[in-house]
Design a protein around this ligand. Structure first.
Ligand code: 6MZ
Length: 347
């Protein structure tokens, strides 16, 4: 199933010739940066919302869900990136027990890996373990893994996300859950740091990332996603020796030198950055810098639900002629896809 897409990615996709589209479909590529609760197909979420509202007598919860889903269906317009995080309470109300979380995960996996033209060859899905009245964080991760592991190892794996707002105790619990499940042979391949880019204390993270590394997990961090992220925070996050980085939009020269020296793969999400207004226009996107330096990158979707995009759409933004796309050659796009496959944690 390929979800409907809108905006820049849809325009770029529409401008491609049939042979260019066939080229993108045939390209082996990895989706390495997709947040589970931000990637639920809107049709599935709408059904889940109808069922939720028919069951609940909690008027406030029902209104929250109704308003949230209506917004997502109509297309979200964000004034700035911080508006984005307000979308999640409505979605979280719908994925708060093992049955609904499993159902949402199945739909996300099918969206990326199913159909005649799967969006990607391999998906490294990520999600933040949530404790609710109906599940512990361990139950949460097990529920997601049960769905991920329906696909072969060569197609799907899970990254456990840590939210910047989590306390040290909860971070320790999440890294413990990820390490335990990996040791049990479950398909957890890494940990991520995500959430509101201005929240949290980045000083508490070092020992937990060291533990994750010891457990054999890859580390990816959302870094310098906004201009408000201070340079010393970025340098501190880089000192945790991440294997990949998300966004890395506002790196200064010192940070760029470290990242280039370590050849750290950058997960780039073009539509996400444009819609969150951290990048003004496609031609100004920091992908250009990394391409100029032949630095490892992976093109990813981030959150297909609010950003109304798909991985095929994001690749169309690479290939489409300017001004709809970056006008890269098929050779350049192939090289980018190869870099995404080379940066998988679960190889
Ligand atoms: C715009 N770019 C972004 N920057 C930072 N964090 C993001 C994000 N997009 C999503 N998330 C994080 O992922 C969670 C949803 O998926 P899961 O509940 O984990 O499956 C969001 O609540 C947010 O913490």
């Amino acid at each position: 199933m390929v979800g409907l897409i809108y905006g820049s990615a849809a325009l770029a996709l529409d401008s491609l010739t049939p042979s260019q589209l066939a080229f993108i479909h045939a390209l082996p590529k990895a989706e390495l940066h997709a947040h589970l609760n931000g990637s639920i197909p809107v049709s599935e979420l709408r059904e889940m919302a109808l069922e939720f509202n028919s069951r609940t007598s909690d008027k406030a919860a029902s209104d929250l869900v109704h308003d949230g889903i209506t917004k997502l269906q109509n297309g979200v317009v964000l004034d700035e990136i911080y508006d984005f995080f307000n979308l999640f309470p409505a979605i979280y109300a719908l994925t708060s027990n093992p049955a609904s979380l499993g159902r949402a995960t199945r739909a996300v996996l099918e969206q990326f890996l199913g159909g005649s033209y799967p969006q990607c060859t391999y998906l490294e899905l990520r999600s933040t373990p949530r404790e609710t009245a109906d599940m512990s964080r361990l139950d949460y991760v097990r529920t997601v893994l049960d769905e991920v592991e329906r696909y072969p190892k060569s197609r799907a794996a899970l990254i456990v996300s840590l939210d910047r707002k989590m306390s040290a105790e909860v971070i320790q619990e999440c890294v413990g859950v990820a390490s335990q499940l990996k040791a049990e042979g479950r398909r957890v391949v890494g940990v991520d740091l995500c959430g509101d880019p201005q929240a949290g204390d980045m000083n508490i993270l070092g020992e937990h990332f060291a533990d994750a590394k010891k457990a054999g997990l890859g580390i990816t961090l959302h870094i310098a996603e906004t201009p408000a992220n201070p340079a010393d925070e970025t340098i501190q996050l880089l000192s945790y020796a991440p294997d990949r980085l998300g966004h890395a939009t506002f790196l200064n020269d010192e940070a760029k030198a470290i990242v280039r020296g370590n050849k750290t793969c950058i997960e780039l999400c073009l539509s996400s950055n444009l819609l969150c207004k951290t990048v003004t226009k496609l031609e100004d996107h920091h992908i250009r810098y990394y391409l100029q330096h032949d630095h490892p990158i992976a093109i990813c979707t981030d959150d297909t639900l609010p950003f109304r995009t798909s991985l095929t759409g994001e690749y169309a933004l690479l290939l489409a002629a300017q001004p709809l796309g970056l006008g890269l050659s098929e050779g350049e796009v192939r090289r980018i896809a190869e870099m995404s496959m080379a940066a998988r944690f679960g190889q």
